[in-house]
Write a protein that binds this ligand. Sequence first.
Ligand code: 13P
Length: 255
Amino acid sequence: MRKKIVAGNWKMNMNYEEGIELAVSLDKYFTDKAPSGTEVIICPPFIHLAAVSQALKSGNIALGAQNCASEASGAFTGEVSASMISSTGAEYVIIGHSERRTFYNEDDSLLNKKTILALESGLKVIFCCGEIKEQRENGSHFEVVKRQIEKGLFPLGKEAMENIIIAYEPVWAIGTGLTATPDQAQEMHLHIRGLVREKYGTEIADKLTILYGGSCNPSNAADIFSRPDVDGGLIGGASLRKDDFVAIVEAREQT
Ligand code: 13P
């Protein structure tokens, strides 16, 4: 059985007070109603991590960061290392989000470097991939995602894959209200699992959790999660609203 995951990527939203408030209210909700088969993760901004870590008392919500530095430590003003993230109690880090690729020019080799450092620091990596609108329209989307995964992940050894989660996030669906159809999500997830199977074998591929992200919300989550290769979601906007996030977790629990 693969691990089901619903992760909230808060992006650059929520000031410190608001962030703690949301974390506390989610923690309270999941204390009373512990998810039975779903790992719930929240990924607030860096400066919230330590306090959110303290606020998550139920043990039913895991913590993640949205990025990490590509160097281990030293004179890199403004950067936050993977080991610092891990020292807050966070267990996950998102790497290769399309916003990092696009706005901060993060390329495949840099992302591979970050992934290695994150794994060495004991973090699990939510590695993002996904095509832009033009690539979907010209039919190169399978090739684009293949390249991102081959360059970003496939230099890793087999054991490292135990701590990798892949998130397929078509860029045209992020924050746009345009969701991939369940069929589009399923066929890309199947493609990704196939690539991993070819490289690392069936056991690793069957165990790999693959999340869908891009305008996932309480009304479309159950449909998307009903597909066999969609193991959960990476949620942006809807993760900032407690009721919506909880509803998406419940959709995952029930499908
Ligand atoms: P939205 O859910 O806001 O479309 O964002 C998805 C995303 O980028 C999660 O990482």
